[in-house]
Each structure stands twice: as structure tokens, then as C-alpha cells.
Design a protein around this ligand. Structure first.
Ligand SMILES: Nc1ncnc2c1ncn2[C@@H]1O[C@H](COP(=O)(O)OP(=O)(O)OP(=O)(O)O)[C@@H](O)[C@H]1O
Length: 745
């Protein structure tokens, strides 16, 4: 019976692959035809053809991406649906046959929800669910669940497709995150399919799939709200470049390439900050009072002179009164425009006053001054050296970079702005002119840019005009697409990209990533507990619709400016307007490791979000004592050797101060297999600080000097908790000389 069923599924899935190959061949033929036509015609028709060619290329790419696990599920319905079908096959993309009859349902389609969420208690119109495990293109296993009321799971905690899930969870890690589309669990699916509007907070302990869920949610939202999000874009923010590198294959494997992935150091276009400040400095730069400081700094660059100023213009002398400057500043500020744009009104106003003064002076001496003369006089005044100096002294054009550089490098100016601060606090910001920007400078630049506006105000007007034009183009493209009956094959975005000259063809994601003032349709923030109030301000400016998915675990907060509760972080930002979902099952870490990590965390005063682990492995967590630093290195090497033997990825997580010595010792034995820091993540053995290991996972982990990890980290025990929860199979602690095993172990 099982074999018959297996044979039947094999045949069906093989038919799906045939259809996939057929569609790809069709798209390739269409593309070739469009390319052949691509000569001649006017510019408009050429660029439209280019746009269609690009759309076909995207489609071919998408059909190629889904090679593996095209179909992974079958849902048996309790009653036939509107099309008369009694079952649906669920897969990575939707497929129809030549007659447009559905063959395969996209996992994100509404009818696929039951595949992930149905239980015997709430079958959601389904009678049974089948998981298909495939190898290459062949179905190798089927696993059935029948939603029989007799089999009710009282607690409602059953795992779905347990065999397929456990196989996925026990598989060796590769150093890159994979999609989990075939084994998404019910509690995860509810989060993924939660409505687009509003602020959704997803709280869960380590390994509960928060990152996986956040990425699948981005793909789901893009599928479900393609029109809206296709043109405004989705931003996914992660803590570091290493983390982005770890997750960056997931969305393309789900067929989504239009998402902007950015680390916290990349949120200001043109800057790629990777260096962190010292914790005390980062905490200060991240605090909300910096917003007020930057506001004061910008304002203080508008200065009323104390004395009247004498200006010489082509031999004529004019007097600029402080009251005139004060008046022009006040009028320009009233407009509420950003600083550099306000300056344009300020300059216009004063040039007008000075021109009037000069004309009167000339008239008093008997000259006639008509309107044409006035224009010449104004130009003379505008270009006169004295006038330029006076205007710039009163209101100098500024870039965010210059403002920040001055703020850090001019102690007297900083002191004048922060008289209520202690000297020691001011000293934290002190820095040489031209120093490299840090991750915590990025939100300050953005804050300054928001207040300053475009350095060249003409650009601002042009950008606004371009945005308007693009909006009109998109509307036209949508109409054209529905008129041409190619809905779903070509996006308005692609067509509009094709309108532009070749070198200006940019996707929404490329446009968004290069435009500081871009506002996204949705923002996903991973490891959100790490964000400082200043980083939140940047993100909220980019999400005016307040449509956000915020994912994290407050117990894992480790940065100096991080949050300790969602309530205290979010209420100043969005008040009560957020909803909370919790993930409770740990998919990464075996139960013996979860238990040890939680005991240590609790014994060290952390509040942890407890999670239930779905499996146990054979290795107990152990702690090895050592008497000397050399013995510590030796013990780490011995443990790593055993772990490497088992295969998969291994990480050594150690306090930053020990990385140098450990790197030499490990390289001596394992050579190029050892990678240090973020750049070494592709190697089988990674040596990392706890901060670098955040969000990542490895088959086996050695934590060297746990006390050192706690001592060197700003948030102490939470760094150790993060380090201990990175493993999918095995965890060993190697204690440094004189160290005790962590309390609670
Ligand atoms: N439903 C699932 N099916 C298969 N694998 C899953 C599932 N959910 C999570 N996983 C796997 O569990 C591991 C942990 O997931 P993830 O990194 O998203 O957790 P996390 O909550 O973000 O952890 P942390 O807080 O430690 O960063 C990953 O390997 C992920 O692929």
C-alpha cells in the first residue's frame, strides 16, 4: 500500500518537474523571440522590449532556483473545493497545466495555510496531510497525518511532519542558512501569515526559528501584497555583515530577490561602518539624548553676529545689522524646511535687503536705479567676498559628515552645547578629525541628514520630481500590464525600470538601498533587542506606515544600548500599538544543551524565554578544567579534533582577548581549515567572539573560558547564554586556569 502510494507520488512529482521544464523552455523561447525583435523601433518600444526581456530572465531564474524540493506536501480536503479538487499539492511555487488547471499550490497561497496549521482539533477543512521527502527530483519518503478526532493531541503541541522535520534539524550545517518552507510548524506559520499592518513583535528563545520565520514572512508578504510592496520594497535589517552573509541565500531560494538586506552599519547609503565603539561610547551615541544634541548642534550653526558688519561691494560699503540677520534666520526657520533648504530662503532674504540698501544708497547720491539694475546689483552683492563670508558665518551649508566630525573634534563647541553634561561624558565623544565612522555613528548621520536636508537644495527638488514621475510611470505600467493580459508574468516595476536609459535601470531594491530618504512598505528587524533608541529612530523614519516585524529575544541582549524589555523599547516609539507572538519550540539546540544554557542563564540572573527542544543528542554538555593557558589551548584542540571527526561545522567561541593565541594554536593543528572571525565562516572550524557568533549556528561548539566571556562582555551572562546556544549537536566548555564551571551548569 505504502509502496503504491509512493509510486503514485513519484509519478505526480515527476509530472510537475516535466511541467517546470516545459515552462522554462517556453520562457527561454519567448526570451529569444523578444531579443530577436530588439533591434529597430523607437526608443520607447526598445526599452519596453528590454523590460520584457528582463522579466523573462527573472522568470527563467526563478524556475531554475526551485530545482530542489519543488513539491513537498499534499493536503487531502474534507470536501471538494470550488474547482472540484479533493486535494492540493503544496510546493515552492505555483504551477498550472496548459488548461490553467492548478497542479501545484504556492506555499504562500491562502489555501496552503491548512497544510501548516491544521490539527486534529482544528482541521481547517483538511482531512489529512502528507509530507513528501525528495532527493533530487525523486520522492523517497511519504509521511501521513490524518486529522482524526480520535487522535486529538490534548495539548495541541504536536509537531507536523515530524520525520521530515527531525531529518531537517539533524542534518549537518553548511555555514549558510536554508529555507524551511517544507517543514514550517504551525506556531511559525501563524507568525509568517500574520497581517501586514502594524507592528508585530516575535519573541522567542534561541533556536526557535525567529530568523527563519522573519525571512519567510518577508517572502510571504511580498507574494500576498505584491502590488504594494513591489514598488515600496521590503527592508530586512540584521545585526552584522556576518549575519547577512549567513542568511542571504534564503530569500533567493524562495524566489524573492527584491528585498534589501542591510546590517546596522549599512543604513546610511554610501557608508559601510563595521567597527563598533567601546561599549560606553556606543551606549551614549545610541541614547535618545543624542537626537536632542544633534538638533542643538544644527541650530547652533545659525549664528547672529554680535556687532553690525561692514561689507564692501565693488568699493561701496554696506552695513549688515544683527537684527536683519536674526530676522532672516527667524523667517527661514518658520518655513520648517530642513537646514540647507532653509538657508536658501535666508540667503534670498538678506540679499534682497542688502540690494535694497545699496540701491537706496546709490539713489541718495543721484543715480537712477531701475529693475534691470537691481538684478545686476543683486548679483554683485551675491558674489562679493565680504557678503559670502558674512552669510556663511551666519548660516553655513553643512553635510551630516561634517557636522558629526566637528561635533567630535571641537571640544569647545561640544561643551557649549552640553553644559549639563560632565566632562567625562563629553570626553566619550572626543575623536580626531577624519576618524573612521563607527556602527553607532550611522544613526547619528541619518539624524543629522534629516535635519540638514540635501546639501545642494536643487537636488532635493529634482529628487522629489523624479519620485513623482516614477509614481506616474508605475501607474501607467500597471494599466499597460492589465491591458496586455500579462498579469503575474511581468511586474510594473520591471516595466518601469525598462523606461529608463540602460545605465539608470534600477530595481526597487537598488533604488531603495541608495536613497537615504526611501520609505519602505515593510521592515523586518532581526536580533531587534540589540537596537539602540537612535537606531530605532532611523528605522521608524523609513517605515512611516509603521508596518514592521520585530524579531528578537530580550534575554540575549548583549550590546550596550540594547533593550531589556519590548514594552520599554516600544512604548516611546509606537505607544501601545504593537502585538506580540511567541515562539516556544527550539529547533536548533538539543534538550540537554538548552537545559544547561537555561540553568546557567537563570543562575546568573537572566530572565530567559524558556523553549521546548524537539530532540536530544548523545553528547552531554561537559566542562573541562585546565591549569595553564597552554593546557587550555591543548584542551580546545583536543575537543575540536573529536568534533571535526564527526563532521559538520565546528565553532570555538572565546573572549576577544584569547582569540589571537587560540588562532595560532588551532592553525598549527588544523591549518587552513580554521577561519578567524567573520571572514572565516566558510571554513569548517570557525573561531569567533561571542558577539560575532550572534544569530549563527554550528554542529559543534566549544566555549573557551566561559568566565572570560562573561567578564569581557557588556551584558555579562547573556553573552555566555548566546555562546552556549549556538550548537545543533554537541557543546563543550573549556575552563581557563582558575575558572570554576559556570554557576548552574
Ligand atoms: N520549521 C522548521 N523546520 C526546519 N528547520 C527549522 C524550522 N524552524 C527553525 N529551523 C531551524 O532551526 C535553526 C534555528 O533557527 P533560527 O536561526 O531562525 O533561530 P533564532 O530563533 O533566530 O535563533 P537565535 O535567537 O539564536 O538567533 C535553523 O537552523 C533553522 O533553519
Amino acid at each position: 500500500m505504502v509502496n503504491e502510494e509512493l509510486a503514485r507520488e513519484r509519478e505526480y512529482v515527476s509530472g510537475l518537474y516535466q511541467r517546470l521544464d516545459g515552462l522554462r523552455a517556453d520562457a527561454e523561447r519567448e526570451l529569444a523571440a523578444v531579443r530577436r525583435e530588439s533591434v529597430g523601433g523607437n526608443h520607447q518600444s526598445r526599452s519596453e522590449r528590454d523590460a520584457f526581456a528582463r522579466a523573462y530572465e527573472d522568470r527563467i531564474g526563478q524556475l531554475r532556483e526551485v530545482g530542489e524540493r519543488l513539491a513537498f506536501g499534499r493536503l487531502e480536503l474534507a470536501e471538494a473545493d470550488d474547482n472540484g479538487s479533493t486535494h492540493h499539492y503544496i510546493g515552492r511555487i505555483g504551477l498550472r497545466d496548459e488548461n490553467l488547471e492548478p497542479l501545484l499550490l504556492d506555499w504562500r497561497a491562502p489555501q496552503a495555510r491548512a497544510f501548516y496549521q491544521a490539527t486534529a482539533a482544528t482541521p481547517l477543512g483538511a482531512r489529512a496531510r502528507r509530507h513528501l521527502t525528495t532527493r533530487g527530483r525523486e520522492v523517497v519518503r511519504i509521511e501521513d497525518e490524518v486529522f482524526d478526532a480520535e487522535l486529538l493531541d490534548e495539548e495541541g503541541t504536536a509537531l507536523q511532519g515530524e520525520g521530515a522535520l527531525l531529518a531537517a534539524l539533524s542534518a549537518q550545517r553548511t555555514g549558510r542558512m536554508h529555507d524551511i518552507v517544507s517543514t514550517i510548524q504551525a506556531e511559525q506559520d501563524r507568525v509568517i501569515r500574520s497581517e501586514l499592518q502594524g507592528v508585530l513583535v516575535v519573541q522567542g528563545g534561541p533556536g526557535t526559528g525567529k530568523t527563519a520565520v522573519a525571512l519567510h514572512r518577508a517572502a510571504y508578504l511580498l507574494y500576498t501584497h505584491r502590488e504594494r510592496l513591489g514598488s515600496s520594497g521590503v527592508l530586512v535589517v540584521g545585526p552584522s555583515r556576518a549575519f547577512l552573509q549567513y542568511i542571504n541565500a534564503v530569500l533567493p531560494s524562495l524566489g524573492e530577490t527584491g528585498v534589501v538586506l542591510a546590517s546596522l552599519g549599512q543604513l546610511y547609503p554610501g557608508v559601510e561602518a563595521t567597527v563598533d565603539d567601546e561599549p560606553a561610547v556606543a551606549a551614549l551615541k545610541g541614547s535618545a539624548e543624542m537626537a536632542a544634541l544633534i538638533r542643538r548642534a544644527v541650530r547652533s550653526r545659525q549664528r547672529v553676529p554680535e556687532e553690525p558688519q561692514t561689507l564692501t561691494i565693488n568699493g561701496e560699503t554696506l552695513v549688515l545689522q544683527p537684527s536683519a540677520v536674526a530676522d532672516a534666520i527667524a523667517k527661514a526657520r518658520e518655513s520648517g524646511k530642513p537646514y540647507n533648504e532653509g538657508r536658501v530662503s535666508f540667503v534670498k532674504n538678506l540679499l534682497g535687503q542688502l540690494t535694497k540698501q545699496l540701491a537706496e544708497q546709490l539713489r541718495r547720491r543721484g543715480s537712477t536705479v531701475d529693475d534691470a539694475d537691481l538684478a545686476y546689483l543683486r548679483e554683485d552683492i551675491r558674489t562679493a567676498y565680504d557678503v559670502r563670508v558674512a552669510l556663511n558665518t551666519a548660516w553655513i551649508p553643512l553635510t551630516p559628515e561634517k557636522l558629526l566630525d566637528d561635533l567630535y573634534a571641537r571640544p569647545q563647541w561640544l561643551a557649549s552645547l552640553t553644559s549639563h553634561w560632565s566632562k567625562a561624558k563629553r570626553e566619550l565623544l572626543r575623536r580626531e578629525r577624519g576618524s573612521a565612522l563607527t556602527v553607532s555613528d550611522v544613526p547619528l548621520l541619518d539624524e543629522a541628514a534629516e535635519l540638514l536636508g540635501e546639501y545642494n537644495p536643487g537636488d532635493a527638488a529634482q529628487k522629489r520630481a523624479e519620485k513623482q514621475q516614477r509614481k506616474r510611470d508605475l501607474e501607467n505600467a500597471r494599466t499597460a500590464i492589465s491591458n496586455m493580459d500579462v498579469d503575474g508574468q511581468v511586474s510594473a516595476e520591471t516595466v518601469v525600470a525598462g523606461f529608463a536609459e540602460q545605465d539608470a535601470v534600477l530595481t526597487t531594491a537598488e533604488r531603495a538601498a541608495s536613497d537615504r530618504s526611501w520609505t519602505y512598505g515593510h521592515i523586518v528587524v532581526d536580533e531587534a533587542q540589540e537596537l539602540s533608541p537612535m537606531q530605532w529612530r532611523v528605522l521608524l523614519r523609513k517605515a512611516p506606515l509603521r508596518s514592521l516585524t520585530i524579531v528578537g529575544d530580550v534575554a540575549q541582549a548583549s550590546s550596550a544600548a540594547a533593550s531589556t524589555s519590548w514594552e520599554s523599547t516600544l512604548s516611546p516609539l509606537v505607544g501601545e500599538n504593537w502585538r506580540l507572538e511567541e515562539l516556544t519550540v527550539n529547533y536548533r539546540t538539543p534538550s540537554q544543551i538548552v537545559a544547561a544554557a537555561e540553568r546557567v542563564a537563570v543562575a546568573n540572573g537572566l530572565t530567559v524565554t524558556r523553549s521546548r527542544s524537539v530532540r536530544t543528542t548523545e553528547w552531554p554538555v561537559d566542562a573541562v578544567e585546565t591549569a595553564t593557558d597552554a593546557a587550555l589551548g591543548e584542551a580546545v584542540r583536543a575537543r575540536v579534533a573529536e568534533m571535526v571527526e564527526q563532521g559538520g561545522t565546528t565553532a570555538v567561541i572565546a573572549p576577544a582577548s584569547r582569540l589571537g593565541a587560540l588562532s595560532s594554536m588551532l592553525s598549527e593543528r588544523f591549518g587552513d581549515d580554521v577561519g578567524v572571525g567573520v571572514r572565516g565562516l566558510s571554513r569548517p572550524i570557525a573561531l569567533l567572539s561571542p558577539a560575532e557568533a550572534k544569530g549563527l549556528e554550528f554542529d559543534s561548539v566549544v566555549v573557551a573560558s566561559p568566565e572570560g566571556v562573561v567578564a569581557e562582555s557588556t551584558r555579562g551572562a547573556s553573552a555566555l547564554y548566546v555562546a552556549m546556544t549556538r550548537s545543533t549537536q554537541r557543546l563543550s566548555l573549556v575552563l581557563a586556569p582558575g575558572e570554576q564551571a559556570p554557576a548552574g551548569l
